[in-house]
Every structure is written in C-alpha cells, then in structure tokens.
Design a protein around this ligand. Structure first.
Ligand SMILES: Cc1cc2nc3c(=O)[nH]c(=O)nc-3n(C[C@H](O)[C@H](O)[C@H](O)COP(=O)(O)OP(=O)(O)OC[C@H]3O[C@@H](n4cnc5c(N)ncnc54)[C@H](O)[C@@H]3O)c2cc1C
Length: 281
C-alpha cells in the first residue's frame, strides 16, 4: 500500500519545526528516520496532512556529555550513537543494548529519539531510558520546553506524554555510576526482530533495578532485592506485568523468561553478547 497524500516540510531550525507543528496541530507528524512511521503511513494507520522532516536541523544532531548525563539530540541516528567513541564507558547499558535494535540498515536511518517517540513496548531504547532513570526534553512554540521523566513519558502501546505540538529535542541518559554493573539481554525470534522479552539491569551491592520490555504495554522497572528473596520477587514482578499470548510467544513463556533470564542476568551467568547471536526460540 501507499500512503495517503501529504504535504512535506523540511525546516532548518527547531523554531521553524515547532511553528509548523503548532500551526498544523494533530494534522502534522514529525518524520525523523522514517523506519517506523513509513510503515504506519503505508498501512494508512495514520493519514497526516503534513510531514515535518527534522533531518536538516543541524543543532539536533549532537551528542553531548553534560553534568550527570549524555544528551542525545533528535537528529542523531542509532548508528551514530552506537559509534560514539566513549559510549561504552559513559552509558554501558546502551552499548550492550543497541546492537539488538533492528539491523545496520535500520540503525543508519532510525534515530534514538524516534524510537523513544514511537514507544514500542518491545523496543530497546525506551527500556534503557526507563531503567537508567533518564528523561525526555520536549520543546514547543516560542522555545518553551519541559522535561519528562521516562517513567511518566511511556504511557502505553505507542502512547506517550508528548503533546501533539511538542517536538522531542533530546533524550538524556544518566551516566554510569560507580559501584554499579550494567547488563542487558533479550530473546527474539531472529536477530533484528523486536524482543519477545528484553531485560536491562542496573546492579548495586544492595539491590537491583530491573527493567522489562516486551511483556507489558510499556517498559516497566522494579527495584528487587539480592539473595534468597530474589526468586520470589522476580516471580511476583513477572506476574504483575499482565503478559498476553500473541503470535510470537505465550504469556506463560514470557513470565518464564522474566524469571529465568532475570536470575541469570542478575547473577552474571548470562553471557554478554554483542547482539550477533540472538537466540532462537
Ligand atoms: C526491519 C526493521 C526492524 C526493526 N527492529 C527494531 C528492533 O529490533 N528494536 C527497535 O527498537 N526498533 C526496531 N525498529 C524500529 C526502528 O528502531 C525505528 O528507527 C524507530 O522505532 C523509530 O525511529 P525513526 O527515527 O525511524 O522514527 P520515525 O519512523 O521517523 O518516527 C517514529 C514516530 O516518532 C515520531 N517522532 C520521531 N521523532 C520525533 C521527534 N523528535 N519529536 C516528536 N516525535 C517524533 C514520529 O512522528 C512517528 O510517530 C525496526 C525497524 C525496521 C524497519
């Protein structure tokens, strides 16, 4: 199928993009890498009157280390962030998780902020942002901006706290903290597919922050204890996610993965892969 007809604008400043968004209201959509949006348009799940392409806005193409976090602008592709020379040192969870996102071709076009805006419950970047306690920066007309914590930003399947006249200008991933280990693992049908279950963990001496993607209608994070109480806490967490059966996996299997992969990830028994050998199920 082909999309319904639309107008196309390619502003060169954030201000121009925000003005266009404000004027068009719900009738406009931002297009970044187009890796999710084009499928939505082709299937006519959305029929915007105007597409606002943000790829020519130079000041959205920055990756900056600031006080306590790495700021990734809305024009930065997933490939650019993955190739950022200090990523593994600054945000090790992202360096582990990002090779699991799609394929080299989709990462070359798809943006980091586009994945956050799209809010697929199985996507790796929203899961990492939530587990690390990051935030999303949104800008609207006249340069007004607000920050929204990841825990409030993701509200359901493809649903976020973004208002229709807001442009996501950057996402902020907290930097590595001393005394923490960072681990990521996922199970997918084939490498490059969306996760059936994905887990991201920030492990401290006294507790673990575990994020789960692919099970609930959004990524979910829970603080869990170490030691003998961990198995029960993981079981309770797995049940709380309200897993559903679908064409890829049963709810029982998803709960099983949360419990089993969770234990292995937290205890350090899961090999840290570079994403090249996603397991078959
Ligand atoms: C074959 C294939 C496999 C894939 N596999 C995976 C995978 O395993 N894991 C995964 O996470 N993703 C996967 N994806 C999706 C990919 O990561 C997309 O790049 C990402 O979901 C969207 O990024 P984008 O820049 O392409 O956004 P677009 O497709 O351009 O936009 C997506 C949505 O976000 C909105 N948007 C984008 N940028 C902004 C902004 N700055 N402000 C406000 N709204 C904005 C758009 O209006 C649209 O609604 C896959 C895609 C393909 C085609």
């Amino acid at each position: 199928m082909k999309p319904a007809a639309f107008d196309y604008a390619r502003p060169t400043t954030r201000r121009e993009a925000c003005d266009l968004l404000f004027d068009a209201g719900d009738a406009a959509r931002i297009i970044a890498g187009g890796q999710s949006l084009m499928a939505v348009l082709n299937m006519r799940l959305a029929e915007p009157r105007l597409l606002i392409d943000i790829s020519a806005i130079d000041d959205l193409r920055t990756i900056e280390r600031r006080e306590g976090y790495l700021a990734v602008g809305a024009g930065v592709t997933q490939a650019e962030l993955l190739e950022h020379p200090t990523l593994a040192d600054e945000v090790p969870l992202l360096a582990q998780a990002m090779p699991w996102i799609g394929h080299a071709q989709t990462r070359n076009r798809g943006t980091v902020c586009g994945s956050i805006a799209h809010a697929d419950p199985s996507a790796e970047l929203p899961l990492c942002l939530l587990t690390l306690g990051g935030e999303v920066v949104l800008e609207t007309r006249k340069g007004k901006s607000r920050r929204v914590a990841a825990g409030e930003f993701f509200q359901g399947v493809l649903t976020t706290a973004r208002r229709s006249d807001e442009l996501i200008t950057e996402v902020r991933f907290p930097l590595k903290r001393p005394g923490r280990a960072y681990r990521f693992q996922e199970i997918a049908m084939r490498h490059g597919d969306f996760a059936i279950v994905a887990l991201a963990a920030v492990i401290a001496d006294d507790a673990v922050e575990l994020g789960v993607g692919g099970v609930a209608d959004r990524p979910v994070m829970r603080t869990l204890p170490h030691g003998e109480k961990l198995a029960d806490a993981l079981n309770e967490f797995a049940w709380s996610l309200n897993a559903q059966d679908d064409a890829h996996a049963s709810a029982i299997y998803r709960r099983h993965l949360v419990r089993e992969l969770g234990i292995r990830l937290i205890d350090g028994e899961t090999p840290q892969e570079d994403g090249a050998n996603a397991r078959q199920v």
